[in-house]
Write a protein that binds this ligand. Structure first.
Ligand code: CP3
Length: 342
């Protein structure tokens, strides 16, 4: 029996959609906080395969989701390319910056990323042994544009200003950076697949800040290159693309990139997506994560509205973005119940 998630990704319309949540292993779970305390800090958790596998499994045990997502972070790739990376409690990631042609040239060659990322592949191997047989394992990486926004700025930014500035002032250097990240991402995702990932997802969290030709060059083109390379090596492994806040650019995104599924943020309506995006294949999404904090009848109504709106085609139920640390785990159970009884 093929896993539900893989059936939806293969284009099957199912009576009940498979369910998982972005950031399902996270601080809203007491058991995650305990394991993270045991690891010491977030990066040690990412690089300790037994503990990273443990936190990946926690939401599966508690909620019985249809998919587990590897526990890691999109910023491990810049670190593997030679950037310094650390997390400041309460503030977020910090990296050494890459803003000139010399600094891009000084990054490690893409094929050296495995040195640093080997523990992540070990986490995948543990998970493919330990997950229940009905649970699919999703690997992931950040999309090149989103990863570049952190590498150029050295931190998260509200408007991705530093990356836009480099792109606009020195397109050649910026393109070289995107190309290096793209090459590394192909190797990283291939290795995750070889270790046992059954599907992979590309997180382009800041795709929405790219417009016009920039969207074509830096959201679509790198995704297309990554997907083509993965399809050549692993033709049967489905790929989910998440160009968050792409708005009207969601239309045709799957066709333009070769993705098997497009993940929707919660700024587009499920009814609109059914007509304009799901026509090309599977969609994933798109409940507003704030319902996981507030719960109640609105949560049930919204989860059921989305489920019904997307019932006419392949759909994976998810949030429109990651669950937040202030979410209540009881609301997660309520969401699952609402979707399965819609
Ligand atoms: O979805 C999952 O459960 C899998 C694991 C996962 C994490 N980060 C764990 C994490 C995934 C898929 C990511 C992706 C990620 N990381 C993105 C893209 C998706 C998105 O959220 O837009 C981005 C932009 C990052 C970079 C990142 N990592 C930031 C900005 C932060 C700090 C903000 C915060 O929430 O603290 C992180 C840290 C992070 N990554 C945490 C987790 C569980 C929290 C770390 C902790 O335990 O303190």
């Amino acid at each position: 029996m093929t896993k539900l998630l893989l059936r939806a990704l293969a284009g099957e319309t199912l009576p009940t959609p498979p369910i998982w949540m972005m950031r399902q292993a996270g601080r809203y779970l007491p058991e995650y906080r305990a394991t993270r305390a045991q690891a010491g800090d977030f990066l040690s958790l990412c690089y300790t395969p037994d503990l990273a596998a443990e936190v990946t499994l926690q939401p599966i045990r508690r909620f019985g989701f249809d998919a587990a997502i590897l526990f890691a972070d999109i910023l491990l790739v810049p670190q593997a390319l030679g950037a310094d990376l650390w997390f400041v409690t309460g503030e977020g990631p910090r990296l050494s910056t890459v803003t000139s042609a010399t600094e891009v040239a000084r990054l490690k060659p893409a094929d050296q990323v495995h040195d640093r990322l080997a523990p992540v592949y070990e986490t995948v191997r543990i998970l493919s042994r330990e997950l229940p047989q009905e649970t699919a394992l999703i690997g992931f990486a950040g999309a090149p544009w989103t990863v570049a926004t952190y590498m150029v700025a050295g931190r998260g930014t509200p408007d991705q200003g530093p990356a836009h500035a480099l792109k606009d002032q020195d397109r050649e250097t910026f393109t070289a950076l995107i190309d290096r990240i793209t090459d590394a991402t192909i190797l990283y995702l291939s290795a995750q697949i070889e270790a046992g990932a059954e599907a992979v997802k590309l997180f382009d969290s800041w795709a929405g800040s790219l417009k016009g030709r920039d969207f074509d060059d830096f959201a679509i083109a790198p995704a297309r290159r990554i997907i083509a390379a993965l399809k050549q090596r692993h033709p049967h492994v489905p790929i989910i693309a998440f160009p968050r806040e792409a708005g009207e650019r969601y239309v045709g995104f799957a066709r333009a990139t070769g993705a098997d599924c497009v993940a929707l943020d919660n700024s587009v309506s499920a009814e609109w997506a059914a007509r304009h995006v799901q026509v090309d294949g599977c969609v994933q999404g798109n409940l507003d994560p704030r319902h996981m904090v507030t719960g109640g009848p609105d949560l049930v109504a919204e989860a059921q509205r989305i489920t019904r709106a997307l019932r006419g085609g392949p759909h994976i139920f998810n949030l429109g973005h990651g669950i937040t640390p202030d979410a209540n785990p009881d609301n997660v159970s309520a969401m699952i119940e609402a979707v399965r009884s819609a």
